[in-house]
Design a protein around this ligand. Structure first.
Ligand code: WTA
Length: 649
């Protein structure tokens, strides 16, 4: 990758930016040399009920991992996102909603948001939800999704948002693990002109024999479509809020009380419940939002992520609202009903800051100028990218075609686990290199290590780790602190291991090269190979399965599945379809294999371990560099697999 193409900071942006280069350098230095002092000051970006005196209490020592920030302070997240803005911004817009149908839109002022959240918070209480209870949100992209999150925060309930694209089976797994008491959903969602049967999925999930915790299902009426109704359990959103008071006191929460659980895929086992807490998370979300997007009062910010992902939590809801911003929530998809929909939404709502994903950018790039047909996009000032490495071609296209060459691009690297952005340019401070996430945010200490955990200096490549904590860091895996330590702190002792590889250039810029573990990134969505494999082997005709990722022009990665059938079963087009259907049902459409490779045997070591390295090479056609195959129990399977690949579809 060439580093030669550098976009200098635009003076017009630097001039009024929250941080120019000098300020970035000064604050970054302070944040590293005196983290306590730095965060003591920065913690004031939000309002505290009882001020904190202990700022940082963190340890990455394997066996004693313990992460606490602003520990003795108390606050309420919803009060920070709404109430404190009422005096100055009560009649200003907080949420802008753009429907799937371009004729549908709506807005809520901060005052109106306050009232909706208060009503729903009281309604939740009336349904028996108490402080510390878990509420599962399985919602389409409607304003009520944000309202429900904030209502939970207001009463100290812990939300766990499950992406509406996940299957009933996946939803059930998350309900079981989180022990949720209530599900909030909608009759149906609408995406790209099609209805998504959310309530039906909930009904199905709740028939799972191990789902025992759910007492109520609150249903928001989005389409009025036909749904089943269970009187003892189901209640309508509009009915439970109708007579509810808007007045709901904000619960005083400890900084380390849980705010939410969000499930994400890892390299092994079932998805992990990533637990984020109240004070540190909000400080970090608020501060990164302000600096990374250089948010200026009155601007319209649009993050295209679904609320079901961490990006939707931190930069659709909490970060923007904590800053009193106008945040846009879009129900649809970037290419419906026209290829230019994303650009049309930008013009319609005069969006100033656009935050989207490389997979969307590449899908639009494939359509060329059609993606911007009939639009100006001259309201745009800053654009962001997140979810996977952005290839320089897509970066350049985003910059020139969507952004009219007028907007800095912030390529933001972070994870569900990190709560907020860790490596990123700042618009007024950082010269940009297309494809590089550039430099650490305040308080973030990235490093590269070799496979033995030795720190590497200078321009080099290695495993990306963090040497110290930041306030937005996850605190634990819900219900399994051992797994938290094992997953993130045992590979390299005393360091947080990200699971990503990266290169650092001579200017100290980071270039993320992608996952170095068995986690796939499909269209910016994380998917564990183990997760898809266990779904596959649960199918009654499948004996064994192995999943690898292969490069894909638009999705970044595609899923390539090696499948061994049970004796007596034969591969067929019919079975191919059945297998795909099965995975959609078990996990959701995003986990559907793109390629199925039927085979009689997988390459295994003598101890029975599948050699994925070899499977990856075969799937990508790099058969000239298979490496050592002598440790295989049966080296002849390799030639067979290579020959079979010819007929893989
Ligand atoms: C990848 C999404 C390169 C990375 C916020 C990480 C990125 C995983 C970038 C986390 C980026 C995210 N450049 N890679 N700008 N942003 N990733 O948990 O592999 O859904 O580990 O969080 O996405 O995905 P997650």
């Amino acid at each position: 990758m060439s580093d030669s193409h550098v976009y200098p900071v635009m003076p017009s942006i630097a001039q009024k930016a929250h941080a120019d280069e000098a300020k970035y350098q000064a604050l970054y230095q302070q944040s590293i040399t005196d983290p306590e002092g730095f965060w003591r000051e920065q913690g004031q970006i939000i309002d505290w009920i009882k001020p904190y005196s202990n700022v940082k209490h963190t340890s990455f020592d394997t066996g004693h991992v313990d992460i606490r920030w602003f520990e003795d302070g108390t606050l309420n997240v919803a009060a920070n996102c709404i109430d404190r803005h009422l005096k100055d911004k009560g009649d200003q817009i907080a949420l802008i909603w753009e429907g799937d149908d371009p004729n549908d839109d709506a807005t809520l002022t901060y005052q109106a948001l306050y009232e909706h959240v208060g009503r729903f918070a009281n309604a939740l209480k009336a349904q028996g939800v108490k402080k510390g209870d878990v509420v599962c949100l399985y919602m389409p992209m409607v304003m009520e999704a944000a309202i429900a999150m904030l209502a939970c925060a207001r009463i100290g309930a812990v939300h766990t948002v499950v992406f509406g694209g996940f299957s009933p089976e996946a939803l059930a797994g998350r309900i079981i693990d989180s022990n949720a008491k209530v599900v909030v959903t909608a009759d149906e969602g609408v995406r790209g002109g099609r209805a998504v049967p959310l309530k039906q999925n909930v009904d199905e999930a709740l028939t799972h024999p191990n789902v025992k915790s759910i007492e109520k299902v609150v249903v928001y009426q989005r389409t009025g479509g036909d749904i089943d109704w269970h009187n003892h359990r189901d209640v309508w959103w509009h009915e439970v809020t109708e007579n509810a008071s808007v007045d709901c006191p904000a619960e005083e929460m400890q900084a380390e009380d849980p705010l939410f659980i969000l499930y994400t895929s890892g390299s092994t086992g079932t998805p992990k419940g990533v637990l984020h807490t109240t004070g540190g998370y909000l400080v970090y979300a608020a501060m990164t939002f302000k600096y990374v997007f250089d948010y200026q009062d009155g601007e319209v910010f649009w993050c295209t992520a679904d609320v079901g992902w961490i990006t939707g939590h931190s930069y659709l809801v909490y970060g923007p609202l904590a800053n009193g911003a106008k945040t846009l929530l879009f129900e649809g998809v970037p290419t419906y009903p026209t290829t230019a929909r994303m650009s049309e939404v930008v013009d319609k709502h005069q969006v100033n800051i656009l935050y989207t994903a490389p997979t969307a950018i590449r899908a639009l790039m494939a359509k060329g100028n059609e993606a911007v047909a009939g639009t100006q996009r001259n309201s745009l000032r800053i654009m962001g990218s997140v979810g996977e490495p952005i290839n320089p071609e897509a970066w350049e296209w985003y910059h020139s075609t969507i952004g009219n060459q007028a907007c800095p691009i912030v390529d933001t690297w972070w994870q569900t686990e990190t709560g907020g952005i860790l490596i990123t340019p700042l618009p007024g401070a950082t010269p940009l290199k297309p494809g590089s996430a550039t430099r650490p945010f305040f308080g973030v200490q990235p490093a590269l290590v070799d496979n033995m955990g030795n720190l590497l200096d200078g321009a080099t490549e290695g495993n990306l780790v963090m040497l110290d904590s930041w306030p937005g860091q996850m605190r634990t895996v819900f219900g399994d602190h051992d797994r938290f330590e094992q997953t993130y702190f045992s590979t390299f002792k005393g360091m947080y291991f990200t699971g990503d590889g990266a290169r650092r250039d001579q200017d100290g810029y980071y270039w993320i090269t992608g996952r170095v573990d068995d986690v796939l990134n499909i269209s910016g969505h994380r998917m564990g190979t183990a997760e898809v494999e266990s779904a596959l082997v649960a199918f009654n005709k499948i004996a064994e399965a192995a999943i690898v990722g292969v490069p894909h022009d638009i999705k970044g990665q595609a899923i390539y599945a090696y499948i061994t059938l049970n004796a007596g079963e034969v591969p067929s087009a019919e079975l191919h379809k059945e297998v795909k259907e099965w995975v959609r049902k078990e996990i959701g459409p995003i986990a559907t294999p793109d390629f199925i490779h039927w085979t009689d045997a997988l390459p295994k070591t003598r101890s029975g371990k599948i050699m994925r390295r070899i499977l990856r090479k075969i799937a990508t056609g790099e058969t000239g560099s298979l490496g050592d195959t002598s440790t295989l129990a049966d080296p002849s399977v390799v030639d067979k697999l290579i020959a079979e690949k010819e007929s893989v579809v």
